[in-house]
Design a binder for this molecule. Structure first.
Ligand code: NAD
Length: 356
């Protein structure tokens, strides 16, 4: 399956602690990292849960900063940095999804403070070296080992409160990292294994979560998938799918995980025509022949969004998005023809089932 024998891979140096109730190990991990004045980070929506968690950390925690917001605006980072300096914070504890972990990474990028992440969604940012930030309405992305959290605590009980709809779209967001990992130019034997197994775990877990949101075993399985898929994102380059999602999200202010969910079947189908063998693990895991169509069926069965128009994208944005996607493209296994991309975006906008 892998046609190359050379690769150059940097694994995530993070310590991973996984298990039900694993959040109880946070105090010991802070001690191991030499952190005595930790600041817990969260979104406003998760402040209550973060406050309760911070109380369990005793003297090693100074309090909670609940100012994390989607797409890591630099203004939020600057507000947090003021507290970090004033309170002489010596370590960060990110309690939340990609937005909170993004804030933690943004602070670490500027201060080199050690980070402990307790993810509460399946987005996977906690194991990547990627930081996306927004300033003056423009999102930029950087890669640096400095932003990788020193420790990640995957406690599936922390995801029990994640609403079912968000659990599904967050899980499919994770699968998108793995799908693109399967055909990444810089893939390696381990990333390919993690990508296939990460998808299998999500495909197994999400229907069970839909049926029973409080099923901790299903939440645990989804977190295994999230860790594997996120690790793939941290190791290899992404292609058309991620390019389209970043572009569409930025142009039309679309919700992150929902956009990934809608676009993934279409980007997969587009690339399946060029590299069908590399995408076979996805089709097989879904018990089908056509990976893009099978992902669309999977999303639909789970009640996830399937049309960009339902997320608020205007129809007259299709051409603009196609122009921009092909003006400055990421590497992709299939050539990016402008009209073919416009057709792809139109199909995703209308919610059509892909044919590959
Ligand atoms: P999020 O962190 O924005 O969370 C979405 C909402 O759900 C928030 O209101 C949050 O408070 C709430 N929430 C999260 N977990 C919850 C829980 N367990 N119970 C109840 N509510 C909960 O969503 P996300 O999809 O995890 O993160 C999206 C952001 O992460 C985007 O900015 C994206 O660009 C970034 N991201 C970055 C990387 C990376 O490698 N740098 C990878 C994936 C995503």
């Amino acid at each position: 399956m892998l046609d190359g024998v050379s690769f150059d891979v940097t694994g995530s140096p993070a310590r991973i602690v996984f298990g039900r109730g694993a959040r109880a190990s946070t105090t010991g991990i802070l001690r191991d990292l030499g952190i005595a004045r930790a600041l817990v980070l969260s979104t406003e929506a998760q402040k209550q849960a973060a406050d309760a968690f911070a109380c369990t950390l005793g003297k090693s925690c100074l309090g909670v900063f609940a100012g994390a917001v989607m797409h890591t605006p630099v203004t939020a980072t600057e507000a947090a940095l003021e507290i970090v300096r004033d309170q002489r914070v010596d370590g960060l504890v990110a309690f939340g999804g990609g937005s909170t972990i993004g804030l933690s990474k943004a602070i670490a990028w500027r201060t080199d403070l050690p980070q402990v992440a307790l993810p509460t969604t399946y987005a996977g940012s906690e194991v990547t070296n990627i930081l996306g930030q927004t300033a003056d309405g423009r999102k930029t992305t950087l890669k640096s080992p400095k932003v990788i959290p020193e420790a990640v605590i995957y406690d599936p009980e922390l995801t029990l409160s994640l609403p079912v709809g968000m659990s599904v779209t967050s899980g499919i967001n994770a699968m998108a990292h793995a799908v693109e990992g399967l055909y990444a130019r810089d893939r390696n034997p381990v990333s390919a294994l993690m990508a296939a197994e990460g998808c299998r775990a999500m495909i197994d877990a999400l229907p069970r979560i839909l049926q029973s949101p409080s099923d901790v075993a299903a939440r645990e399985r989804a977190f295994v998938g999230s860790w594997l898929c996120g690790t793939v994102l941290g190791q290899v380059g992404m292609a058309l799918h991620h390019k389209l999602c970043h572009l569409l999200g930025g142009l039309f202010d679309l919700p992150h995980a929902d956009t990934h969910t809608v676009v993934l079947p279409h980007a997969t189908a587009f690339n399946a025509r060029a590299v069908p063998d590399l995408l076979k693990p996805i089709a097989e895991a879904l018990g089908a022949d056509l990976p893009g169509a099978a992902l669309w069926d999977f999303a639909r069965t789970l009640g996830a969004p399937i049309a960009l128009r339902d997320l608020g994208m205007p129809e007259d944005g299709i051409d603009r998005a196609a122009d921009e996607a092909t003006a400055d493209p990421y590497w992709n296994p299939a050539p990016l023809d402008r009209d073919a991309i416009a057709t792809l975006i139109r199909a995703a906008w209308a919610g059509e089932r892909p044919t590959a």
